[in-house]
Design a protein around this ligand. Structure first.
Ligand code: BES
Ligand code: MN
Ligand code: ZN
Length: 495
């Protein structure tokens, strides 16, 4: 697979050409007339084939007798009914996989002008970079090492789409970095590994990085983070990244907070074995924040952003926290542990409370693989959003629509907050089965300053896909880095 995807201004003889066609197309669209001639009528011949369809997101490869060795056709489906951006994204993801196999080194992309050029360029770039992800770090002696083909794919696209394409390729690299981390197994990617990685990444892209280690966390009174991480193979930590562009260093920042449980056994409220598999993905909220910070810094967005990553490993030993323990959190709220498997909210709580005090944020978005309930409700199709601020909710929802990282609102009412009350402490970390995903949000609300616009995104269903089909046919089995594109896009237009 390619290591990098580059936008190029010009290529004399591209290895392949890509075009888009809507379904039901009867003859060669005018914009492709000259190209078709150059390809000896290949497009016209394809359209006449009985087996040809241009279903949304489909990919067809043609081998023209003349011209470049390959013509890739992305199907747009019914342009009135189907989501064209989604079709471009999915088609481009298939394309990059096919092109890599075919050892294509350069690609000329002829436009799909069913949507505005910038959005089209972005969707194509998103699809190409999503499709070019591969995690082979741990493939060993029993895997045949296939010839990887060219390291770089150079892409020439219509100048109107070039800016969108470049932007998406940059964000895509950040997302793929987050996916790589997410896929890294828990015996490697423990909290200490994340700290080291974040420090190095921050240096590379020019972010400030500071870390509250376990000792400091205890001294600061972060009872949640300290307790959850106590039995971990390495100590817990709160990683803080800051993007403070010139002239904005005094602005109230947007604060992103992510849950990074490097492995969730459930603790003494042990998970049954089937539900413990894939709990390396319980760090995906934090990895999305890391990826978004990487993208924001790479794009040099003119907005101050801080990213907090609460890293811990939820394990068992003699010192591990237990059910019935009562913890005192950073903001003085006491929590009765009723379930050690409701650990994400405990680490997030301290991060949120500390972040509010330290940074006085203008808005907060947290991302967490928090509850199985949201997976039951939404599957892999969207994340659950809890947000009492209409403006923030709209921003995020629109960004979700544009990037295909969909959000759907869930309520949080005073009744839900009351549900969390405990007998001997202020609140419990879990209050039975009713309103399960909402309980997580209700719990977190005790740690966020009132009056600060806040959105809690429960990404348990979308952080990884469990089979080689997903909410859009975009991702192979594995991590999605859900949130990186969503957050970056929302922050691009932040005012
Ligand atoms: N990390 C899990 C949530 C999860 C479940 C993520 C499935 C991805 C897939 C979380 O820490 C957890 O265990 N939640 C419990 C909460 C309960 C104990 C209140 C759950 O959802 O069952
Ligand atoms: Mn858990
Ligand atoms: Zn968890």
């Amino acid at each position: 697979m390619y290591k990098s995807l580059r936008s190029a201004d010009k290529i004399a003889k591209p290895d392949a050409i890509a075009i888009t066609l809507p379904s039901g197309v009867k003859r060669v669209p005018k914009k492709y007339a000259a190209l078709d001639k150059q390809l000896d009528g290949s497009i016209a011949a394809l359209i006449k084939r009985a087996e040809f369809s241009a279903d949304a997101g489909s990919l067809t490869c043609v081998y023209p007798a003349k011209g470049p060795s390959r013509l890739y056709v992305i199907g747009l489906g019914d342009v009135k009914q189907d989501d064209t951006l989604r079709a471009l994204r999915v088609g481009a993801a298939s394309l990059v996989r096919a092109a890599s196999k075919a050892k294509v080194g350069s690609l000329l992309f002829k436009d799909g002008d069913a949507v505005d050029a910038d959005s089209a360029g972005r969707a194509i770039g998103e699809g190409l970079s999503i499709g070019a992800f591969e995690f082979v770090d741990h493939k060993g002696a029993a895997t045949d090492k296939a010839d990887p083909g060219p390291r770089t794919l150079r892409i020439v696209i219509d100048p109107a789409m070039r800016k969108g394409l470049k932007n998406a390729l940059t964000v895509g690299e950040s997302a793929n970095m987050a996916r790589r981390l997410a896929a890294t197994p828990p015996n490697v990617a423990n909290p200490a590994y994340l700290v080291k990685f974040a420090r190095k990444m921050a240096r590379q892209v020019g972010l400030k990085c500071s870390v509250i280690d376990a000792k400091m966390a205890r001294e600061l009174g972060m009872g949640g983070l300290a307790a959850v991480g106590k039995a971990g193979s390495t100590p817990p930590a709160l990683i803080m990244l800051e993007h403070a562009p010139r002239g904005k260093t005094k602005d109230a920042p947007v604060m992103l907070v992510g849950k990074a449980i490097t492995f969730d056994t459930g603790g003494y409220s042990l998970k049954i074995s089937g539900s413990m598999a894939n709990m390396k993905y319980d760090k995906c909220g934090g990895m999305a924040v890391l990826g978004a910070m990487h993208a924001i810094a790479s794009l040099k967005l003119p907005v101050r952003v801080v990213g907090l990553i609460a890293a811990a490993e939820n394990m068992i030993d003699a010192g591990a926290y237990r059910v019935d323990d009562i913890l005192t959190m950073y903001n003085g709220v006491t929590v009765e542990v009723t379930n050690t498997d409701a650990e994400g909210r405990l680490v997030l709580a301290d991060a949120l409370a500390y972040g509010c005090k330290q940074y006085k944020p203008a808005a907060i978005v947290d991302l967490a693989t928090l509850t199985g309930g949201v997976v039951v409700a939404f599957g892999e199709y969207c994340a659950g959003m809890f947000c009492g601020d209409d403006k923030l909710a709209t921003r995020l929802t629109e960004s979700g629509r544009a990037t295909g990282e969909r959000l759907w609102p869930l309520p949080l009412w005073p009744e839900h907050r009351k549900q969390m009350k405990s007998t001997h402490a202020d609140i419990a970390n879990s209050a039975g089965r009713g309103a399960h995903p909402i309980q997580g949000a209700a719990f977190l609300s005790y740690f966020v300053d009132e009056n600060v616009p806040w959105a809690h995104l429960d990404i348990a269903g979308v952080a990884d896909v469990s089979g080689d089909k997903d909410f859009a046919g975009l991702y192979p089995k594995g991590p999605t880095a859900f949130g990186v594109r969503l957050l970056t896009r929302a922050l691009e237009s932040w005012r």
